[in-house]
Design a protein around this ligand. Structure first.
Ligand SMILES: Cc1cc2nc3c(=O)[nH]c(=O)nc-3n(C[C@H](O)[C@H](O)[C@H](O)COP(=O)(O)OP(=O)(O)OC[C@H]3O[C@@H](n4cnc5c(N)ncnc54)[C@H](O)[C@@H]3O)c2cc1C
Length: 540
């Protein structure tokens, strides 16, 4: 696609980064460390000044609403009784790391070894571990697995809710061992999560990486700037067209365009720019610049089921007159000393379990939540309670991202094809049963009220039906611009788009297969590695 216009006023940068989320913030910070490189970051959302971003408990206000959140929905999912799923995604500086639950996990070493074995040399566990450590500033100090002094603050929760200790005891009573560090020698077991917080505040990728770099004269950050297409000369990406308010503008890239718009919007932008499956582009009247059938394909995600319980205990989050008074007190405590209930990430504890002892790695993850989470907190319950999620870590189902329209302001078509592979349902049934054993153990008796959805789940068939009726994402879509050597892949091991020049994709979409854990830290690791590769390639 030719440049929209060639007037001399078009601003030029060495690097244009599209999307200021987890990956984009890392790229902007690392690439602008070189004072000779000029970097421009475009973010469609607002600056991250909202109090709901800074105060960890603010996530509850953003998850179910459009505040800093694209709040996409999926196509109707046949595997979920035809329901449309919900896909929250961050829409501000920091991206999804500005609205997420702040859990810091990396997945299992075998996930990365699997990437390398699938034809991606350089991405094995021993090769990615140094990049995790480089980012990290772990409050527990450095060891073989953890780093200190990096931009990303990782700490223990300052004020864990007292129910968490009873949850962990319940898990032990059900036969699951405690694990003090899911990112250490062993992933399996139950424990408290470490979180991306510093001094009780959320430590998003914007806070960690971008904020310290903002004053650099070679870094320009544009907010409310929505990229509408990538501009090419021949096969080379040379710029980006974007909208800010009513204006449509163009920026030129001297070296590279770096797509970091996330797993749902990076493939959308490629397709809008003529890069993708021929049939999909034709359907929307977009001229084909480069046929690449893998763009948008292989989308997958952690499918998740949440069990919800009522409780008479007012230490838990919920809606009541006494609860409101406690929240007010908690706000004051947060203002004074950055401790208390407002520092919660809600999913304070959890674990990685094997639903079959013969497995080499855990296949389900638990997120234990100190309030009732029903339908992504969109369905509210009067009173207090707690919840436990269980998700499948290595889904076999694959879906796709497509276009709903050629209008760049439209939402992408998101079809994760949940439960498209029958095996995923059986893993989730086994995971639910493990969760139930824990939730029914004695240690949780002092907290226990009604099991809101579980009482009727007396047979495997009823569990299967409940999953189809209530399961949805736990917010880890990946794979839609997959890295690999084959024709179905989108990027190579240096994250360059196959068959094009001057264009990389650097975000969660490049994961060949989702890691068995939360995806923020792995995305930051990917961007750390990419930034080093980009700088290296610029020198040669
Ligand atoms: C509600 C929620 C809870 C989560 N909880 C956790 C957790 O506790 N721990 C964890 O590890 N992971 C969690 N995740 C997942 C994790 O946050 C994401 O995997 C990670 O942030 C993805 O990073 P990314 O850079 O790929 O995309 P994002 O961080 O989503 O960034 C993409 C950015 O691009 C911008 N953008 C999109 N299109 C355009 C365009 N056309 N022009 C300009 N800008 C554009 C977006 O506004 C956004 O800022 C959660 C995610 C969500 C949504």
């Amino acid at each position: 696609m030719p440049m929209a216009r060639s007037d001399l006023t078009v601003q030029e940068f060495d690097y244009l980064i599209v999307g200021g989320g987890s990956a984009g913030c890392v790229l902007a910070a690392r690439l602008s460390e070189d004072a000779d490189a000029s970097v421009c970051l475009l973010e469609a959302g607002k600056p991250d000044t909202s109090v709901f971003v800074r105060v960890p408990a603010g996530t509850a206000a953003m998850l179910p609403t459009r505040h800093n959140n694209w709040a996409f929905e999926t196509e109707p999912q046949p595997g979920l009784n035809g329901r449309r799923g919900y896909q929250p995604r961050g829409r501000t500086l920091g991206g999804s790391s500005a609205i997420n639950a702040m859990i810091y996990t990396r997945g299992h070493p075998s996930d990365y070894d699997g990437w390398a074995e699938a034809g991606n040399p350089g991405w094995s566990w021993s090769e990615v571990l140094p990049w995790f450590r480089r980012s990290e500033d772990n409050s527990r100090g450095a060891d073989a697995w953890h780093g200190v002094g990096g931009p990303l603050s990782v700490s223990d929760l300052r004020s864990p809710n007292p129910i968490c200790e009873d949850f962990l005891r319940a898990a032990e009573q059900a036969g699951f061992a405690r694990n003090p560090d899911f990112n250490g020698a062993e992933q399996e077991g139950v424990g408290l999560y470490q979180v991306t917080q510093r001094n009780g505040e959320r430590w998003s990728a914007a806070r960690a990486f971008l904020a310290p770099a903002r004053e650099r004269p070679n870094l320009t950050v544009l907010t409310r700037a929505r990229a509408t297409r990538i501009l090419f000369e021949g096969r080379r990406a040379v710029g980006v067209e974007y909208r800010q308010g009513q204006a449509t503008m163009v920026l030129r890239a001297r070296r590279e365009v770096l797509l970091a718009s996330g797993a749902l919007q990076s493939p959308q932008l490629l397709m809008l720019s003529g890069v993708g499956p021929r049939e999909e582009l034709r359907r929307h009247g977009i001229p084909v610049l480069h046929e690449r059938p893998g763009v948008g394909r292989d989308l997958h995600d952690h499918l998740d089921y949440v069990s919800c319980y009522r409780s008479a205990r007012r230490e838990l989050f919920g809606f009541s007159v006494r609860g409101a008074a406690r929240t007010l007190g908690a706000m004051l405590e947060f203002r004074r000393q950055r401790t208390g209930m407002m520092t919660t990430n809600f999913a304070e504890a959890g674990g990685f379990l094997k639903t079959d002892p013969g497995l080499a790695a855990p296949d389900v993850q638990l997120h234990f939540v100190v309030g009732i989470v029903d339908d992504h907190s969109r369905k509210l319950h009067w009173g207090h309670g707690y919840s436990c999620h269980v998700c499948i870590l290595r889904p076999k189902s694959r879906g796709r991202v497509g276009l709903r329209s050629a209008d760049p302001m439209a939402a992408p078509l998101v079809d994760p094809n949940f439960l498209g592979d029958a095996d995923d349902l059986e893993v989730l049934v086994r995971g639910y049963k493990a969760l139930r054993e824990i939730m029914q153990a004695d240690a949780l008796a002092p907290w226990r009220g009604a099991d809101i959805y579980g009482a009727a789940l007396t047979t495997d068939d009823r569990i299967r039906e409940a999953i189809r009726q209530r399961a949805d994402t736990v917010y880890h879509p990946v794979g839609s611009c997959r890295m690999g050597p084959d024709d179905g892949a989108v990027v190579d091991t240096r994250l360059r788009v196959h068959g094009l020049e001057g264009l990389r994709v650097v975000d969660a979409s490049i994961m060949p297969s989702v890691v068995g854990g939360n995806t923020n830290a792995p995305t930051i690791m990917i961007a750390e590695r990419a930034a080093a590769m980009i700088a290296e390639d610029a020198r040669t």
